[in-house]
Ligand binder design. Structure first.
Ligand code: AMP
Length: 210
């Protein structure tokens, strides 16, 4: 099964895609995580991506497409995969179709959340350096600095600061609208109400792919 999770920053794509990939044994591929890995390791790709990510802009298509093509072509996804954060432009969607050849995307799950709620979520989002688990400050005991799951330090993503969040949403919204059109035409898109509990969203997603 080849799935694409579509949604604006903060919609819960990462949380849901990771849960589902563990449940049904699909490879989890997150373009944002891959860029952050390159940033942390100061690779040439990381240095290139840094200037875009730091401003809340999209990394150029050719760079992003090359990175994802390499990942998919590694051939270690025999049961399929869940793509989180890719494609983010129609050019990337066309490139994905080419990369996949005869084994095209089966379903696209669009997790819809209002802009107000996205801003609230991103402003309070914390992540674990070690196990990558995302949290919201409102759901943690006051003054928690460590991950309740593994004890490592929690941190706020640099691009979750209010000015950068504004730019990310501003840049991503028109692109996502075009992608919704692209995948609706192919009858692959299912819209999921992302403003529910994690468990409710999980259930809706499970129904959509069953
Ligand atoms: P994310 O973790 O998915 O929110 O992505 C973090 C940042 O990585 C984005 O704001 C972009 O700068 C960059 N990025 C991730 N995925 C893509 C993509 N498909 N195309 C271009 N830039 C991306």
């Amino acid at each position: 099964m080849r799935l694409v999770f579509l949604g604006l920053a903060g919609a819960g794509k990462g949380t849901q895609a990771q849960l589902l990939s563990e449940q049904i044994g699909l490879a989890y591929i997150s373009s944002g995580d891959m860029f952050r890995f390159h940033l942390a390791n100061n690779t040439t790709l990381g240095q290139l991506a840094k200037s875009y990510m730091g401003k809340g802009d999209l990394v150029p298509d050719d760079v992003t497409i090359g990175m994802i093509a390499d990942r998919i072509n590694q051939g270690d996804t025999p049961n399929g995969f869940i793509l989180d954060g890719f494609p983010r432009t129609v050019a990337q969607a066309h490139a994905l179709d080419k990369i996949l050849g005869s084994e095209q995307v089966d379903k696209v799950l669009y997790i819809k959340v209002s802009e107000e709620e996205l801003v609230r979520r991103l402003a309070g989002r914390l992540g674990c350096h070690h196990c990558n688990t995302p949290y919201h400050v409102d759901s943690l005991p006051a003054d928690t600095h460590e991950c309740p799951k593994c004890g490592s330090e929690l941190h706020q993503r640099q691009d979750d600061q209010p000015d950068i969040v504004k730019q990310r949403l501003h840049v991503q919204w028109p692109e996502i609208t075009k992608l919704i059109g692209y995948y609706t035409k192919q009858s692959k898109l299912t819209e999921i109400n992302g403003e529910q509990t994690v468990e409710q969203v999980q259930r809706e997603l499970a129904e959509a792919i069953s």
